[in-house]
Design a protein around this ligand. Structure first.
Ligand SMILES: CC(C)(COP(=O)(O)OP(=O)(O)OC[C@H]1O[C@@H](n2cnc3c(N)ncnc32)[C@H](O)[C@@H]1OP(=O)(O)O)[C@@H](O)C(=O)NCCC(=O)NCCS
Length: 427
């Protein structure tokens, strides 16, 4: 359960409206962003339905933390209610004194009390969250496409009659609906609410933001319905009469391979563009294969992305489906206590049943490793080779992998929200 406090004189609590200017200032400083006028009012709107925690030392805010209700698509298509954590910071003057421990303990136990079976976050640093029971649950690949090597001829019209360049208003109307259909089938995807789309289309630009107006494209299926969306920006750049313009795909979501192929080819065959930056893709994306030469798409980063922490083992594991029919007994260790225990998982194509059991365990693992297995991206066999999971019955690791792993990998798409390529605007 919660650890003894090393800083009893510092008040860690949910914030009130009057704390917002001080809380916003502390968060900006922690995220290396200059304090700007009007930021607290903008933050007030952003936090309207959320839970924000602050650490206060004699009235001065020295720690920030926020969580909000989210929905996570799990294998099989169910939407798991989860808590999403962001805006985690502790002032440089107060680091390594256990303030993050205190804010996380408060929020995780409250999330459990609220009945949220899991918590997700995008970790700015790999080393922080494992100790709290979070494990990396999805990965992300960044690509740089060399247009001249891609082997697509600019004269080819290909799928282009199906693509329309639209204005922000039209995109704001049609993109959310397309995304809703997309996330129903994509395990790892999170909900994007109206506020998200307002930000993504420049309708809710905060003070100090690096927002520049992008271009918006949609792909239409045979019935004329939007089945793919792409938001991108480009910079006009020349070198001695040779065009060298980079194009940055800020967001690309497609409901099927043909929409993805068409949108990607559209981006790669644009006049004056020499490089296409394609961030935040699924690690098993088909994107390179839509080019004449897949090697033209170079992976510039492959990284863990969304981290997950299971709080309620039966609720989380019974929400997803499993690749085979089978059973496994998991001995789960959880220092916070909430996921601790010996659990019998009986899984199959229609879902899972989870119960406390007195049977001997097949596998022993920490909750952070169970959380990494949850969406199907990690293998128990691999974690055992890393010494992180213990096989107690021969063959149990292979059985667990056959149950948990998924054909396509989970993906939690993000969009570039500012001018910085590769930056999703963490937190
Ligand atoms: C990351 C951060 C929030 C940690 O806050 P903190 O109050 O110093 O953390 P705590 O003192 O509660 O430390 C908690 C544990 O994490 C460890 N830890 C904290 N930051 C760490 C880091 N950057 N790397 C490795 N370990 C770290 C501590 O050693 C401690 O371990 P222990 O409990 O096993 O002793 C703070 O350093 C910060 O604001 N960093 C910049 C912003 C940032 O990266 N935020 C995260 C966004 S997802």
């Amino acid at each position: 359960m919660s650890r003894p406090s090393e800083t009893p004189h510092i008040d860690v609590r949910y914030i009130r409206d009057e704390d917002l200017p001080e809380w916003t200032r502390a968060w900006s400083t922690g995220y290396l962003r200059p304090a700007v006028e009007g930021a607290a009012d903008h933050m007030r709107l952003a936090l309207s339905d959320d839970r924000a925690i602050g650490a206060f030392d004699k009235g001065r805010c020295v720690g920030t933390y926020r969580s909000s209700s989210q929905e996570l698509t799990v294998p099989g298509g169910a939407r798991l209610p989860v808590s999403a954590v962001s805006k985690v910071s502790v002032a440089g003057t107060h680091r390594r004194r256990g303030l993050l421990n205190r804010m996380l303990d408060l929020d995780l136990l409250d999330a459990r009390r609220r009945g949220e079976p899991a918590v997700v976050l995008d970790a700015a640093q790999y080393a922080i969250y494992g100790r709290y029971g979070f494990g990396p649950a999805t990965q992300m690949a960044w690509f740089e496409i060399d247009v001249h090597r891609a082997g697509l001829h600019r004269q080819q019209s290909g799928d282009r009659p199906d693509i329309e360049l639209v204005g922000a208003d039209e995109y704001f109307k049609s993109a959310p609906e397309a995304y809703e259909r997309f996330r129903a089938d994509q395990h790892g995807a999170l909900r994007r609410d109206t506020r998200w789309w307002r930000e993504a289309t420049g309708r809710n630009v905060g003070p100090g933001s690096t927002w520049t107006e992008p271009f918006y494209a949609v792909h239409l299926d045979e019935a004329g319905d939007v089945d793919g969306i792409m938001c991108f920006s480009a910079q006009e750049r020349w070198g001695a009469m040779l065009p060298q313009s980079p194009l940055q795909v800020r967001d690309l979501v497609a409901l099927g391979p043909s929409a993805e192929r068409a949108l990607l080819r559209y981006a790669v065959s644009m006049d004056w563009v020499s490089t296409v930056h394609l961030p935040f893709r699924a690690p098993d994306t088909l994107a390179p294969h839509w080019l004449g030469d897949p090697r033209a798409a170079r992976i510039t980063a492959l990284s863990d992305f969304m981290w997950l922490r299971i709080l309620d083992v039966p609720q989380a594991l019974s929400a997803r489906t499993y690749a085979t029919e089978g059973a496994v007994v998991l001995q789960v260790d959880d220092p916070l206590g909430v996921a601790h225990g010996r659990w019998l998982l009986e899984g199959g194509a229609r879902g899972g049943m989870v119960s406390v059991t007195s049977r001997s365990a097949d596998i022993r693992l920490g909750v952070q490793h169970l959380s990494s297995l949850y969406l199907g991206d990690e293998a128990a066999t691999r974690l055992a080779e890393l010494g992180q999971v213990e096989e107690l019955r021969p063959g149990a690791l292979r059985r667990a992998d056959a149950l948990f792993r998924t054909g396509r990998r989970p993906w939690s798409p993000r969009a570039v929200t500012g001018d910085h390529y590769g930056q999703a605007g963490l937190g």
